[in-house]
Design a protein around this ligand. Structure first.
Ligand code: ME8
Length: 508
Protein backbone atom coordinates (compact mmCIF):
# COMPACT_ATOMS: atom_id res chain seq x y z
CA UNK A 1 0.00 0.00 0.00
CA UNK A 2 1.54 3.35 -1.01
CA UNK A 3 2.18 6.10 1.51
CA UNK A 4 1.27 8.79 -1.04
CA UNK A 5 -2.46 8.66 -0.30
CA UNK A 6 -1.92 8.44 3.44
CA UNK A 7 -3.30 4.91 3.36
CA UNK A 8 -0.42 3.12 5.02
CA UNK A 9 -2.29 1.63 7.93
CA UNK A 10 0.55 0.38 10.08
CA UNK A 11 -0.28 0.90 13.71
CA UNK A 12 -3.84 2.04 12.90
CA UNK A 13 -6.95 0.04 13.52
CA UNK A 14 -10.48 1.01 12.48
CA UNK A 15 -13.41 -1.07 13.69
CA UNK A 16 -17.14 -0.47 13.27
CA UNK A 17 -20.37 -2.10 14.41
CA UNK A 18 -23.59 -2.08 12.44
CA UNK A 19 -25.58 1.03 13.21
CA UNK A 20 -28.77 0.07 15.04
CA UNK A 21 -32.34 0.85 14.06
CA UNK A 22 -33.68 2.90 16.95
CA UNK A 23 -37.31 2.10 16.11
CA UNK A 24 -37.47 0.20 19.43
CA UNK A 25 -35.28 0.03 22.53
CA UNK A 26 -31.84 -1.63 22.41
CA UNK A 27 -31.82 -5.38 22.95
CA UNK A 28 -29.07 -7.74 24.02
CA UNK A 29 -28.09 -8.50 20.41
CA UNK A 30 -27.12 -4.84 20.00
CA UNK A 31 -25.18 -4.95 23.25
CA UNK A 32 -23.42 -8.19 22.29
CA UNK A 33 -22.24 -6.78 18.96
CA UNK A 34 -20.88 -3.63 20.62
CA UNK A 35 -19.23 -5.77 23.28
CA UNK A 36 -17.41 -7.96 20.72
CA UNK A 37 -16.23 -4.85 18.88
CA UNK A 38 -15.17 -3.28 22.17
CA UNK A 39 -13.08 -6.31 23.16
CA UNK A 40 -11.29 -6.22 19.80
CA UNK A 41 -10.80 -2.43 19.94
CA UNK A 42 -9.41 -2.56 23.47
CA UNK A 43 -7.09 -5.42 22.51
CA UNK A 44 -5.66 -3.40 19.63
CA UNK A 45 -5.12 -0.44 21.95
CA UNK A 46 -3.21 -2.80 24.26
CA UNK A 47 -1.05 -3.74 21.29
CA UNK A 48 -0.15 -0.06 21.04
CA UNK A 49 -2.16 0.69 17.90
CA UNK A 50 -4.14 3.85 17.29
CA UNK A 51 -7.73 2.66 17.27
CA UNK A 52 -10.87 4.29 15.93
CA UNK A 53 -14.05 2.55 17.00
CA UNK A 54 -17.35 3.67 15.48
CA UNK A 55 -20.91 2.77 16.42
CA UNK A 56 -24.22 4.60 16.11
CA UNK A 57 -27.83 4.61 14.98
CA UNK A 58 -29.48 4.13 11.57
CA UNK A 59 -32.25 6.71 11.71
CA UNK A 60 -33.95 6.94 8.32
CA UNK A 61 -36.42 4.75 6.43
CA UNK A 62 -39.99 3.64 6.46
CA UNK A 63 -39.73 1.52 9.59
CA UNK A 64 -38.56 4.51 11.67
CA UNK A 65 -41.17 6.78 10.10
CA UNK A 66 -43.98 4.39 11.00
CA UNK A 67 -42.71 3.90 14.56
CA UNK A 68 -42.56 7.68 14.97
CA UNK A 69 -46.15 8.00 13.73
CA UNK A 70 -47.24 5.36 16.26
CA UNK A 71 -45.47 7.27 19.04
CA UNK A 72 -47.20 10.50 17.96
CA UNK A 73 -43.88 12.22 17.24
CA UNK A 74 -42.16 13.59 14.17
CA UNK A 75 -39.47 11.21 12.89
CA UNK A 76 -36.75 13.62 14.06
CA UNK A 77 -38.24 13.98 17.54
CA UNK A 78 -38.59 10.23 17.71
CA UNK A 79 -34.99 9.39 16.71
CA UNK A 80 -33.60 12.15 18.96
CA UNK A 81 -35.29 10.45 21.89
CA UNK A 82 -34.56 6.87 20.87
CA UNK A 83 -30.90 7.27 19.93
CA UNK A 84 -30.13 8.45 23.48
CA UNK A 85 -30.98 4.96 24.68
CA UNK A 86 -28.28 3.49 22.45
CA UNK A 87 -25.77 6.06 23.70
CA UNK A 88 -26.76 5.08 27.24
CA UNK A 89 -26.24 1.41 26.36
CA UNK A 90 -22.66 2.20 25.33
CA UNK A 91 -22.05 4.03 28.59
CA UNK A 92 -23.51 1.33 30.82
CA UNK A 93 -21.67 -1.48 29.04
CA UNK A 94 -18.37 0.41 29.13
CA UNK A 95 -18.09 0.46 25.34
CA UNK A 96 -15.01 2.46 24.29
CA UNK A 97 -16.33 3.82 20.99
CA UNK A 98 -14.53 6.92 19.75
CA UNK A 99 -17.61 8.22 17.98
CA UNK A 100 -21.35 7.63 18.00
CA UNK A 101 -22.70 8.48 14.57
CA UNK A 102 -26.33 9.30 13.80
CA UNK A 103 -27.37 9.18 10.16
CA UNK A 104 -29.51 12.29 10.65
CA UNK A 105 -26.35 14.35 11.21
CA UNK A 106 -25.88 17.02 8.56
CA UNK A 107 -22.35 15.96 7.71
CA UNK A 108 -23.38 12.34 7.18
CA UNK A 109 -26.21 13.44 4.89
CA UNK A 110 -23.74 15.52 2.88
CA UNK A 111 -21.39 12.54 2.43
CA UNK A 112 -24.26 10.19 1.53
CA UNK A 113 -25.30 12.66 -1.19
CA UNK A 114 -21.75 13.09 -2.43
CA UNK A 115 -21.26 9.34 -2.87
CA UNK A 116 -24.65 8.96 -4.59
CA UNK A 117 -23.68 11.79 -6.96
CA UNK A 118 -20.30 10.32 -7.67
CA UNK A 119 -21.79 6.98 -8.69
CA UNK A 120 -24.53 8.71 -10.70
CA UNK A 121 -21.96 10.74 -12.61
CA UNK A 122 -20.00 7.59 -13.31
CA UNK A 123 -23.13 6.20 -14.98
CA UNK A 124 -23.75 3.42 -12.46
CA UNK A 125 -27.02 4.92 -11.18
CA UNK A 126 -29.94 5.36 -13.57
CA UNK A 127 -33.65 6.28 -13.32
CA UNK A 128 -36.24 3.51 -13.81
CA UNK A 129 -39.42 1.98 -12.42
CA UNK A 130 -39.43 -0.43 -9.50
CA UNK A 131 -42.09 -3.08 -9.11
CA UNK A 132 -41.58 -5.80 -6.54
CA UNK A 133 -41.81 -7.03 -2.98
CA UNK A 134 -40.35 -5.01 -0.09
CA UNK A 135 -40.07 -6.06 3.55
CA UNK A 136 -40.24 -3.03 5.82
CA UNK A 137 -39.01 -5.01 8.84
CA UNK A 138 -35.69 -5.62 7.12
CA UNK A 139 -35.94 -2.53 4.88
CA UNK A 140 -35.02 -4.81 1.98
CA UNK A 141 -36.19 -5.27 -1.58
CA UNK A 142 -36.63 -8.86 -2.62
CA UNK A 143 -37.08 -10.55 -5.94
CA UNK A 144 -39.88 -13.12 -6.27
CA UNK A 145 -37.33 -15.92 -6.12
CA UNK A 146 -35.86 -14.64 -2.82
CA UNK A 147 -39.22 -15.17 -1.09
CA UNK A 148 -40.00 -18.30 0.87
CA UNK A 149 -43.55 -19.51 0.19
CA UNK A 150 -44.29 -15.99 -1.01
CA UNK A 151 -43.17 -14.48 2.33
CA UNK A 152 -40.14 -12.47 3.50
CA UNK A 153 -37.36 -15.05 4.01
CA UNK A 154 -36.28 -13.42 7.31
CA UNK A 155 -39.56 -12.41 8.95
CA UNK A 156 -41.95 -14.88 7.28
CA UNK A 157 -44.30 -11.94 6.72
CA UNK A 158 -46.13 -10.82 3.63
CA UNK A 159 -44.07 -8.21 1.75
CA UNK A 160 -45.53 -4.95 0.46
CA UNK A 161 -45.61 -4.63 -3.29
CA UNK A 162 -43.81 -1.45 -4.18
CA UNK A 163 -44.43 0.19 -7.55
CA UNK A 164 -42.76 3.53 -8.02
CA UNK A 165 -40.21 5.53 -9.97
CA UNK A 166 -36.81 4.70 -8.62
CA UNK A 167 -33.13 5.16 -9.19
CA UNK A 168 -31.26 1.93 -9.73
CA UNK A 169 -27.65 1.07 -8.96
CA UNK A 170 -25.96 -1.19 -11.51
CA UNK A 171 -25.22 -3.84 -8.92
CA UNK A 172 -25.34 -6.65 -11.50
CA UNK A 173 -22.23 -5.24 -13.11
CA UNK A 174 -20.18 -6.08 -10.00
CA UNK A 175 -21.02 -9.76 -9.70
CA UNK A 176 -17.70 -11.11 -11.02
CA UNK A 177 -15.73 -8.50 -9.10
CA UNK A 178 -17.34 -9.54 -5.80
CA UNK A 179 -16.91 -13.24 -6.48
CA UNK A 180 -13.23 -12.70 -7.23
CA UNK A 181 -12.73 -10.43 -4.23
CA UNK A 182 -14.17 -13.00 -1.84
CA UNK A 183 -11.67 -15.60 -3.02
CA UNK A 184 -8.72 -13.29 -3.45
CA UNK A 185 -8.65 -12.22 0.18
CA UNK A 186 -8.57 -14.89 2.82
CA UNK A 187 -9.94 -12.50 5.45
CA UNK A 188 -12.56 -10.71 3.31
CA UNK A 189 -15.39 -12.41 5.23
CA UNK A 190 -14.95 -14.23 8.53
CA UNK A 191 -15.83 -16.91 9.62
CA UNK A 192 -15.03 -18.66 6.32
CA UNK A 193 -18.39 -20.47 6.13
CA UNK A 194 -20.12 -17.19 5.36
CA UNK A 195 -18.16 -16.85 2.12
CA UNK A 196 -19.90 -19.86 0.59
CA UNK A 197 -23.32 -18.53 1.55
CA UNK A 198 -22.67 -15.26 -0.29
CA UNK A 199 -21.03 -16.93 -3.27
CA UNK A 200 -23.93 -19.32 -3.73
CA UNK A 201 -26.46 -16.51 -3.58
CA UNK A 202 -24.40 -14.48 -6.06
CA UNK A 203 -24.11 -17.37 -8.46
CA UNK A 204 -27.90 -17.68 -8.44
CA UNK A 205 -28.01 -14.20 -10.06
CA UNK A 206 -27.57 -10.55 -9.21
CA UNK A 207 -30.00 -7.85 -10.27
CA UNK A 208 -29.65 -4.08 -10.21
CA UNK A 209 -30.70 -2.52 -6.91
CA UNK A 210 -33.40 0.06 -6.37
CA UNK A 211 -31.66 2.83 -4.41
CA UNK A 212 -34.34 5.46 -3.95
CA UNK A 213 -37.95 5.77 -2.83
CA UNK A 214 -40.64 8.35 -3.65
CA UNK A 215 -43.57 7.16 -1.54
CA UNK A 216 -42.22 8.66 1.71
CA UNK A 217 -39.75 11.38 2.55
CA UNK A 218 -37.91 10.30 5.72
CA UNK A 219 -34.47 9.85 4.22
CA UNK A 220 -31.52 11.51 2.55
CA UNK A 221 -32.84 13.53 -0.40
CA UNK A 222 -31.42 12.57 -3.76
CA UNK A 223 -29.45 15.57 -4.98
CA UNK A 224 -31.11 17.28 -7.96
CA UNK A 225 -34.31 15.21 -7.63
CA UNK A 226 -35.50 15.65 -4.03
CA UNK A 227 -38.83 13.90 -4.53
CA UNK A 228 -36.61 10.82 -4.13
CA UNK A 229 -34.96 9.82 -0.87
CA UNK A 230 -32.08 7.37 -0.80
CA UNK A 231 -32.78 3.75 0.00
CA UNK A 232 -32.01 3.55 3.72
CA UNK A 233 -29.33 0.86 3.34
CA UNK A 234 -27.28 3.03 0.95
CA UNK A 235 -27.44 5.94 3.37
CA UNK A 236 -26.67 3.61 6.31
CA UNK A 237 -23.65 1.85 4.83
CA UNK A 238 -22.06 5.18 4.00
CA UNK A 239 -21.81 5.87 7.76
CA UNK A 240 -18.62 3.84 7.78
CA UNK A 241 -16.85 6.51 5.76
CA UNK A 242 -18.77 9.60 6.94
CA UNK A 243 -18.00 8.42 10.50
CA UNK A 244 -14.30 8.98 9.82
CA UNK A 245 -14.92 12.34 8.12
CA UNK A 246 -14.73 11.27 4.46
CA UNK A 247 -12.79 12.59 2.56
CA UNK A 248 -10.76 14.45 5.17
CA UNK A 249 -7.68 13.63 7.21
CA UNK A 250 -9.20 11.10 9.59
CA UNK A 251 -10.59 9.15 6.64
CA UNK A 252 -7.21 9.16 4.92
CA UNK A 253 -5.64 7.91 8.10
CA UNK A 254 -8.09 5.17 9.07
CA UNK A 255 -9.70 3.95 5.85
CA UNK A 256 -9.96 1.17 4.78
CA UNK A 257 -11.71 -0.17 7.86
CA UNK A 258 -10.00 -3.18 9.37
CA UNK A 259 -13.17 -4.79 10.70
CA UNK A 260 -16.89 -4.27 10.10
CA UNK A 261 -18.48 -6.43 12.77
CA UNK A 262 -22.09 -7.38 12.00
CA UNK A 263 -24.75 -10.00 12.67
CA UNK A 264 -25.39 -12.90 10.34
CA UNK A 265 -28.59 -11.42 8.85
CA UNK A 266 -26.85 -8.50 7.11
CA UNK A 267 -23.81 -10.10 5.47
CA UNK A 268 -25.20 -9.60 1.95
CA UNK A 269 -25.63 -5.87 2.51
CA UNK A 270 -22.08 -5.52 3.88
CA UNK A 271 -20.40 -7.50 1.15
CA UNK A 272 -22.25 -7.45 -2.16
CA UNK A 273 -23.94 -4.05 -1.78
CA UNK A 274 -21.31 -2.17 0.23
CA UNK A 275 -18.31 -3.42 -1.69
CA UNK A 276 -19.99 -2.60 -5.01
CA UNK A 277 -20.82 0.94 -3.86
CA UNK A 278 -17.21 1.46 -2.80
CA UNK A 279 -15.86 0.01 -6.02
CA UNK A 280 -18.19 2.24 -8.06
CA UNK A 281 -17.16 5.30 -6.04
CA UNK A 282 -13.46 4.46 -6.46
CA UNK A 283 -12.89 3.88 -2.73
CA UNK A 284 -10.87 1.01 -1.26
CA UNK A 285 -12.75 -1.93 0.22
CA UNK A 286 -12.69 -2.76 3.95
CA UNK A 287 -10.38 -5.56 5.06
CA UNK A 288 -12.73 -7.86 6.95
CA UNK A 289 -16.45 -8.27 7.36
CA UNK A 290 -16.65 -10.16 10.66
CA UNK A 291 -19.88 -12.00 11.34
CA UNK A 292 -21.10 -12.86 14.83
CA UNK A 293 -23.94 -15.21 15.71
CA UNK A 294 -27.23 -14.33 17.34
CA UNK A 295 -27.98 -14.31 21.03
CA UNK A 296 -31.05 -16.44 21.52
CA UNK A 297 -33.27 -16.86 24.53
CA UNK A 298 -32.81 -20.03 26.55
CA UNK A 299 -35.58 -21.69 24.60
CA UNK A 300 -33.59 -21.14 21.42
CA UNK A 301 -35.69 -18.41 19.83
CA UNK A 302 -34.17 -15.35 18.19
CA UNK A 303 -34.40 -12.29 20.40
CA UNK A 304 -35.43 -9.43 18.23
CA UNK A 305 -37.57 -6.37 18.47
CA UNK A 306 -40.08 -7.67 15.98
CA UNK A 307 -40.51 -10.97 17.87
CA UNK A 308 -41.05 -9.07 21.14
CA UNK A 309 -38.69 -11.46 22.97
CA UNK A 310 -36.01 -9.15 24.22
CA UNK A 311 -33.58 -8.89 27.11
CA UNK A 312 -33.10 -5.29 28.09
CA UNK A 313 -29.33 -4.75 28.30
CA UNK A 314 -29.72 -1.67 30.49
CA UNK A 315 -31.75 -3.61 33.05
CA UNK A 316 -29.07 -6.27 32.91
CA UNK A 317 -26.46 -3.64 33.74
CA UNK A 318 -28.64 -2.46 36.68
CA UNK A 319 -28.82 -5.95 38.05
CA UNK A 320 -25.31 -7.34 37.62
CA UNK A 321 -21.69 -6.24 37.64
CA UNK A 322 -21.37 -5.38 33.95
CA UNK A 323 -17.96 -7.04 33.77
CA UNK A 324 -19.55 -10.34 34.80
CA UNK A 325 -22.08 -9.95 31.98
CA UNK A 326 -19.34 -9.07 29.50
CA UNK A 327 -17.29 -12.04 30.68
CA UNK A 328 -20.19 -14.44 30.49
CA UNK A 329 -21.21 -13.46 26.97
CA UNK A 330 -17.73 -13.75 25.50
CA UNK A 331 -16.71 -16.88 27.43
CA UNK A 332 -19.92 -18.79 26.90
CA UNK A 333 -20.39 -18.38 23.16
CA UNK A 334 -17.76 -19.47 20.62
CA UNK A 335 -17.39 -16.38 18.44
CA UNK A 336 -19.36 -16.72 15.22
CA UNK A 337 -21.88 -19.18 16.66
CA UNK A 338 -25.28 -18.49 18.16
CA UNK A 339 -25.45 -18.29 21.95
CA UNK A 340 -28.22 -18.91 24.46
CA UNK A 341 -28.61 -16.32 27.16
CA UNK A 342 -29.03 -17.97 30.54
CA UNK A 343 -29.00 -16.04 33.79
CA UNK A 344 -28.20 -19.14 35.81
CA UNK A 345 -25.07 -19.76 33.75
CA UNK A 346 -24.07 -16.12 34.12
CA UNK A 347 -24.39 -16.49 37.90
CA UNK A 348 -22.44 -19.75 37.90
CA UNK A 349 -19.53 -18.26 35.97
CA UNK A 350 -19.58 -15.15 38.16
CA UNK A 351 -19.36 -17.22 41.32
CA UNK A 352 -16.74 -19.69 40.16
CA UNK A 353 -14.44 -18.28 37.49
CA UNK A 354 -14.71 -14.63 38.51
CA UNK A 355 -15.26 -14.53 42.31
CA UNK A 356 -13.32 -17.73 43.07
CA UNK A 357 -10.54 -17.68 40.51
CA UNK A 358 -9.82 -14.04 39.62
CA UNK A 359 -11.14 -12.45 42.83
CA UNK A 360 -9.39 -14.92 45.11
CA UNK A 361 -6.08 -14.70 43.34
CA UNK A 362 -6.09 -10.91 43.53
CA UNK A 363 -6.96 -10.96 47.22
CA UNK A 364 -4.45 -13.66 48.11
CA UNK A 365 -1.65 -11.68 46.44
CA UNK A 366 -2.65 -8.38 48.04
CA UNK A 367 -3.04 -10.00 51.48
CA UNK A 368 0.34 -11.75 51.23
CA UNK A 369 2.12 -8.53 50.27
CA UNK A 370 0.38 -6.69 53.11
CA UNK A 371 1.08 -9.32 55.75
CA UNK A 372 4.57 -10.41 54.75
CA UNK A 373 6.01 -7.19 53.32
CA UNK A 374 4.13 -4.29 54.98
CA UNK A 375 2.20 -3.74 51.76
CA UNK A 376 5.26 -2.94 49.65
CA UNK A 377 6.05 -5.12 46.65
CA UNK A 378 9.60 -6.31 47.33
CA UNK A 379 12.29 -6.17 44.69
CA UNK A 380 13.00 -9.67 43.52
CA UNK A 381 13.60 -11.98 40.63
CA UNK A 382 10.83 -13.24 38.37
CA UNK A 383 10.14 -16.94 38.50
CA UNK A 384 10.20 -17.67 34.75
CA UNK A 385 8.49 -21.01 35.24
CA UNK A 386 5.12 -19.46 36.09
CA UNK A 387 5.57 -16.55 33.69
CA UNK A 388 6.07 -19.02 30.83
CA UNK A 389 2.60 -20.39 31.48
CA UNK A 390 1.02 -17.23 30.11
CA UNK A 391 1.17 -17.95 26.39
CA UNK A 392 0.85 -14.45 24.96
CA UNK A 393 1.65 -15.52 21.42
CA UNK A 394 -1.19 -18.03 21.52
CA UNK A 395 -3.57 -15.36 22.80
CA UNK A 396 -2.48 -12.99 20.03
CA UNK A 397 -3.16 -15.71 17.47
CA UNK A 398 -6.64 -16.26 18.89
CA UNK A 399 -7.32 -12.56 18.48
CA UNK A 400 -5.99 -12.59 14.92
CA UNK A 401 -8.48 -15.37 14.18
CA UNK A 402 -11.23 -13.55 16.11
CA UNK A 403 -11.49 -16.45 18.57
CA UNK A 404 -12.35 -14.14 21.45
CA UNK A 405 -13.72 -16.99 23.57
CA UNK A 406 -10.45 -18.97 23.24
CA UNK A 407 -8.30 -15.93 24.02
CA UNK A 408 -10.32 -15.43 27.21
CA UNK A 409 -10.18 -19.13 28.09
CA UNK A 410 -6.40 -19.06 27.75
CA UNK A 411 -6.07 -16.08 30.11
CA UNK A 412 -8.39 -17.73 32.60
CA UNK A 413 -6.25 -20.89 32.39
CA UNK A 414 -3.32 -18.75 33.52
CA UNK A 415 -5.34 -17.41 36.46
CA UNK A 416 -5.96 -20.99 37.59
CA UNK A 417 -2.25 -21.80 37.24
CA UNK A 418 -1.43 -18.77 39.38
CA UNK A 419 -3.74 -19.94 42.16
CA UNK A 420 -2.15 -23.37 41.93
CA UNK A 421 1.29 -21.75 42.11
CA UNK A 422 0.44 -20.12 45.44
CA UNK A 423 -0.82 -23.45 46.79
CA UNK A 424 2.40 -25.19 45.77
CA UNK A 425 4.88 -22.53 46.83
CA UNK A 426 3.22 -21.82 50.20
CA UNK A 427 4.60 -18.28 50.52
CA UNK A 428 3.31 -18.04 54.12
CA UNK A 429 6.07 -20.51 55.06
CA UNK A 430 8.83 -18.58 53.25
CA UNK A 431 11.16 -15.77 54.23
CA UNK A 432 14.12 -13.75 52.96
CA UNK A 433 15.10 -13.75 49.27
CA UNK A 434 12.86 -16.67 48.50
CA UNK A 435 9.84 -14.84 49.87
CA UNK A 436 10.77 -11.62 48.07
CA UNK A 437 11.11 -13.42 44.76
CA UNK A 438 7.77 -15.09 45.26
CA UNK A 439 5.89 -11.94 46.24
CA UNK A 440 7.44 -10.01 43.40
CA UNK A 441 6.52 -12.76 40.92
CA UNK A 442 2.96 -12.90 42.23
CA UNK A 443 2.56 -9.13 41.93
CA UNK A 444 3.82 -9.23 38.34
CA UNK A 445 1.45 -12.10 37.54
CA UNK A 446 -1.50 -10.23 39.03
CA UNK A 447 -0.59 -7.15 37.04
CA UNK A 448 -0.24 -9.23 33.85
CA UNK A 449 -3.70 -10.71 34.45
CA UNK A 450 -5.14 -7.22 34.90
CA UNK A 451 -3.65 -6.12 31.59
CA UNK A 452 -4.70 -9.23 29.67
CA UNK A 453 -8.24 -9.10 31.04
CA UNK A 454 -8.64 -5.39 30.39
CA UNK A 455 -9.99 -5.95 26.88
CA UNK A 456 -12.79 -8.08 28.36
CA UNK A 457 -13.39 -6.60 31.81
CA UNK A 458 -11.95 -3.09 31.81
CA UNK A 459 -13.44 -1.94 35.14
CA UNK A 460 -12.14 -5.04 36.95
CA UNK A 461 -8.68 -4.54 35.48
CA UNK A 462 -8.68 -0.94 36.61
CA UNK A 463 -9.64 -2.03 40.13
CA UNK A 464 -6.75 -4.50 40.26
CA UNK A 465 -4.30 -1.95 38.90
CA UNK A 466 -5.53 0.62 41.40
CA UNK A 467 -5.09 -1.83 44.28
CA UNK A 468 -1.51 -2.36 43.04
CA UNK A 469 -1.11 1.44 42.88
CA UNK A 470 -0.46 1.42 39.17
CA UNK A 471 -2.35 1.64 35.85
CA UNK A 472 -3.15 -0.72 33.01
CA UNK A 473 -0.62 0.11 30.30
CA UNK A 474 0.30 -1.72 27.12
CA UNK A 475 0.82 -5.41 26.58
CA UNK A 476 4.50 -5.10 25.86
CA UNK A 477 5.16 -3.80 29.37
CA UNK A 478 3.93 -6.80 31.31
CA UNK A 479 6.66 -8.63 33.25
CA UNK A 480 9.01 -5.78 32.39
CA UNK A 481 9.45 -4.61 35.95
CA UNK A 482 8.44 -1.13 34.79
CA UNK A 483 4.83 -1.05 35.88
CA UNK A 484 4.84 -1.89 39.58
CA UNK A 485 5.54 0.86 42.09
CA UNK A 486 6.91 1.02 45.61
CA UNK A 487 3.72 2.57 47.00
CA UNK A 488 1.84 0.58 49.60
CA UNK A 489 -0.68 -1.70 47.87
CA UNK A 490 -4.24 -2.12 49.12
CA UNK A 491 -4.65 -5.10 51.45
CA UNK A 492 -7.73 -6.32 49.58
CA UNK A 493 -10.10 -5.39 46.78
CA UNK A 494 -13.58 -6.61 46.04
CA UNK A 495 -13.83 -7.55 42.38
CA UNK A 496 -16.90 -9.80 42.20
CA UNK A 497 -19.61 -10.39 44.77
CA UNK A 498 -20.99 -13.90 44.80
CA UNK A 499 -24.58 -13.92 43.60
CA UNK A 500 -27.11 -16.07 45.44
CA UNK A 501 -29.42 -18.06 43.23
CA UNK A 502 -32.44 -16.18 44.73
CA UNK A 503 -31.22 -13.07 42.99
CA UNK A 504 -32.29 -14.78 39.80
CA UNK A 505 -35.91 -14.07 40.71
CA UNK A 506 -36.23 -11.30 38.15
CA UNK A 507 -36.53 -12.66 34.69
CA UNK A 508 -35.86 -10.59 31.63
O1 ME8 B 1 -29.70 -4.32 10.77
N1 ME8 B 1 -28.19 -11.31 18.52
O2 ME8 B 1 -30.06 -2.74 12.45
P1 ME8 B 1 -30.65 -3.70 13.62
C1 ME8 B 1 -27.07 -10.73 18.06
N2 ME8 B 1 -29.69 -0.79 10.81
N3 ME8 B 1 -27.07 -9.71 17.18
C2 ME8 B 1 -28.26 -9.28 16.75
C3 ME8 B 1 -29.48 -9.84 17.18
C4 ME8 B 1 -29.41 -10.91 18.13
N4 ME8 B 1 -30.48 -11.52 18.62
N5 ME8 B 1 -30.50 -9.19 16.56
C5 ME8 B 1 -29.91 -8.25 15.76
C6 ME8 B 1 -29.73 -3.17 11.19
N6 ME8 B 1 -28.57 -8.31 15.87
C7 ME8 B 1 -29.29 -2.03 10.28
C8 ME8 B 1 -27.79 -2.11 10.12
S1 ME8 B 1 -25.45 -1.17 9.19
C9 ME8 B 1 -24.99 -0.10 7.99
C10 ME8 B 1 -27.21 -1.05 9.21
C11 ME8 B 1 -27.57 -7.48 15.17
O3 ME8 B 1 -30.94 -2.77 14.75
C12 ME8 B 1 -27.81 -7.39 13.68
O4 ME8 B 1 -27.34 -8.55 13.04
O5 ME8 B 1 -31.74 -4.56 13.11
C13 ME8 B 1 -27.02 -6.15 13.34
O6 ME8 B 1 -25.66 -6.46 13.12
C14 ME8 B 1 -27.19 -5.27 14.57
O7 ME8 B 1 -27.66 -6.14 15.62
C15 ME8 B 1 -28.17 -4.14 14.37
O8 ME8 B 1 -29.42 -4.65 13.97
Amino acid sequence: MGKKDGASNKGKFYITTAIDYPNADPHIGHAYEKLCADVIARWHRLLGEEVFFLTGTDEHGLKIMRSAQKAGLTPKEFVDKQSLKFVELCRRWNISNNRFIRTTEEEHIRVAQEIFNKIYKKGDIYLGQYVGPYCTDCETFYTEKDLKNGLCPVHAKKCEIVKEESYFFKLSKYKEFILEYIDKRDDSIKPDGKKEEIKNRLKAGLEDLSVSRTSFDWGVPVPKNPKHVQYVWIDALINYISGVDYPKERFRKFWPADVHIIGKDIVWHHTVIWWSILKAAGIKLPKTVLVHGFILSEGGEKMSKSSGKVINPIELADKYNIDAVRYYLIRETPFGEDGYFSESKLIERNNTELANDVGNFANRVLALISQKSQGVIPKGELDREIVAKLNIEKIKKHFERFELHLALAEIMGFVKQCNQYINEKEPWKKSGVELNNLLYTLAECLYAIAVMLSAFMPATSDKIAKALKTEVASLKDIFSGKCLTQSKVESRCILFEKILADNKAKTF
